[in-house]
Write a protein that binds this ligand. Structure first.
Ligand code: ATP
Length: 231
């Protein structure tokens, strides 16, 4: 469970995140939506302790993220390609991530095999360096690497962007299946309302750093999102 209390992030006088109280419970898939600059990436960076808050506190399973590293054992994420190591091949990168989590390369390869449809024959057993792959394929590597090691909390920043439509649908299913199997918590930011409404059990709308809506996904959710964004 992740809890935010009185969280404020300012850059000079510009307040980009301002959340009184927000909780993400175990087993939820929450979609974070909002227009450009709404604060989605800032929220994720704050939860991952990649930026220092101006005010407030964030706890991940009762561990203050800014005061201990213990939450990193059960938390994983992919925000952007800076998370990758571009002079490795995809297999080398997966093995490296696996080894950090105590998995043998055989176990990692076994796990990775389960995503061969998603990789579409372009990533496994290829001698290409990550830096020479397309943005979409780089993104696939980062997202699947984030699933290695049975994490309990997974943050994905715009995981559907850069992916072709077939891969978007496959990723949606991968997320849902992984959550069901492991009862883990996903936080997913996205501009794709359709995928968010379909994959997520809860949707939080951010606007100028504030939570302006927070709903359980239902049949009306898509209409509610369209009404909000079609202003
Ligand atoms: N290092 C920084 N210095 C100053 N302002 C920043 C910095 N990082 C982010 N911001 C500002 O914080 C606000 C929120 O940005 P953020 O990237 O979190 O939005 P977002 O919802 O992820 O947007 P997008 O959908 O465009 O990716 C923006 O106004 C942005 O310009």
């Amino acid at each position: 469970m992740i809890t935010l209390k009185n969280v404020v992030k300012k850059y000079n006088d510009n307040t980009v995140l301002n959340i009184d109280q927000l909780t993400f419970s175990q087993g939820e898939i929450t979609g974070i939506v909002g227009n450009n600059g709404a604060g989605k990436t800032t929220l994720f960076s704050a939860i991952l302790d990649l930026i220092q808050l101006s005010v407030g506190q964030i706890e991940n399973n009762q561990i203050s993220v800014s005061q201990s590293e213990d939450w990193k054992k059960f938390t994983s994420s992919y925000l952007d390609e800076k998370f990758l190591i571009d002079y490795l091949t995809p297999d080398e990168y997966f093995n490296l991530v696996g080894s950090l989590k105590g998995y043998s390369s055989k176990e990692v390869q076994e796990f990775i095999k389960g995503f061969s449809d998603f990789f579409n024959g372009e990533l496994e057993n290829k001698r290409k360096y990550i830096r020479s792959l397309s943005k979409g394929n780089q993104q696939k590597i980062g997202v699947i690497a984030a699933l290695i090691g049975n994490p309990q909390i997974i943050l994905l920043d715009e995981p559907f962007s850069n992916l072709d439509p077939t891969s978007q649908y496959r990723l949606r299913q991968i997320i849902k299946d992984f959550q069901q199997k492991n009862n883990c918590t996903f936080l997913i930011s996205s501009h794709d309302l359709n995928h968010v409404a379909e994959a997520c059990s809860r949707i939080v709308i951010l606007e100028k750093g504030k939570v302006v809506d927070d709903v359980k996904t239902s049949e009306e959710t898509m209409m509610r999102l369209e009404n909000y964004f079609a202003i």
